[in-house]
Every structure is written in structure tokens, then in C-alpha cells.
Design a protein around this ligand. Structure first.
Ligand code: AMP
Length: 165
């Protein structure tokens, strides 16, 4: 099982998420989608004001036959297909797809960290993950389940009415 995190704050955000999920269904089997949330952009204080555009975020789980590295290459190709352009680190983006977790796998390599290095710091990643894999246990820690970690997290994440399945 893999769990991906999707985010978009540029262009037709809803349409981009719908297209991303459609494409992910060609890569993964047994796809399940979380609710869609809206969250403010994470920005350093020096960022231009016009970068301050809210994200739509969701998580998607599925079964994969790819190795984690091969899956990373696939989702990066999908980001490009969906119009992601190379801009600065904090800049708005048409789509961002991250590997949040792969079962109990731990990877610490220069190009790939699994679970995602920011998973426990970002409500817009952990909360949708907990919606679809509430009993997933963060590997190598104290055995807390995703729903417990998500409940402990201070968050003002807004759930939208969008349904993407
Ligand atoms: P991003 O700006 O989020 O698209 O990601 C930039 C870089 O993060 C990519 O070039 C990846 O090599 C690296 N990366 C490390 N860990 C992950 C992960 N779990 N999921 C996606 N990208 C990752």
C-alpha cells in the first residue's frame, strides 16, 4: 500500500485534482481518496504577497507494483503532464504529489524520504492520510496510529464539500 499527498494552489485546482486521481488510477489499483481540504500556503515571511494562495489538499491510497523510487519517477512525470512548471521552492504550483508513506517502509536517501519528512508537521498531509488509513502506524516510532497522531495535532484545516473518488 502507498499513500500519496496531493496539493494544488494554481489554476483550476479542483479539475487538476480530478485529473490527477484519474491518472493515478492507471498507476495504482484499489485507489481510495480522502476528503478534500483547503489550507493556506506555507510561506516564508519574505515571499511575494501574490504567492499567498490557498491550497486544495487530499491524500490517495492504492496498491502499487512499483518500487518506491520507480513510483517517485512516475508521480514526477505525472506532475509534469498536469502542467507543473519548475519555479522556486515556495512558489505556487499546479500540482504537487508526494509519497507520504509506503506501508511500514523507511527510506532515507538523498532523493527520497519515506515516510515524507514533513508528514508529522503538516496537518494538510497527516489529516487526509488519517482519513483513509486511520490505523496506519508510523514506522520506527512509538506505535501511534495515524488517527491518534492526527487528533493530537493542532489544526484549523478546512474540509471542503468536494467529492473526488
Ligand atoms: P517537491 O518540490 O515536493 O515536488 O519535491 C522536491 C524533491 O523532493 C523531489 O525531487 C524528490 O526527490 C524529493 N523527495 C524526497 N522525499 C520525497 C517524497 N517522499 N515524495 C516526493 N518527493 C520526495
Amino acid at each position: 500500500m502507498v499513500i500519496l499527498g496531493l496539493g494544488t494552489n494554481l489554476g483550476d485546482r479542483e479539475q487538476t485534482l480530478r485529473q490527477a486521481v484519474l491518472e493515478l488510477k492507471a498507476l495504482l489499483s484499489q485507489v481510495i481518496c480522502s476528503p478534500v481540504y483547503e489550507s493556506p500556503a506555507l510561506l516564508p515571511e519574505t515571499a511575494p504577497k501574490d504567492w499567498d494562495m490557498p491550497f486544495l489538499n487530499m491524500a490517495v491510497r492504492g496498491e502499487s507494483t512499483f518500487t518506491p523510487k520507480a513510483l517517485l519517477a512516475e508521480i514526477q512525470a505525472l506532475e509534469r503532464k498536469l502542467g507543473r512548471e519548475k519555479r522556486g521552492h515556495w512558489s505556487p504550483r499546479e500540482i504537487d504529489i508526494d509519497i507520504l508513506a509506503c506501508d511500514g517502509v523507511i527510506i532515507n536517501e538523498p532523493t527520497l524520504t519515506v515516510p515524507h519528512q514533513a508528514l508529522l508537521k503538516r496537518d494538510f498531509a497527516l489529516i487526509p492520510l488519517a482519513d483513509i488509513v486511520p490505523e496506519w502506524v508510523y514506522p520506527g516510532r512509538d506505535g501511534k496510529m495515524a488517527h491518534e497522531l492526527a487528533t493530537q495535532m493542532a489544526s484549523q484545516l478546512k474540509r471542503t464539500d468536494l467529492v473526488i473518488a
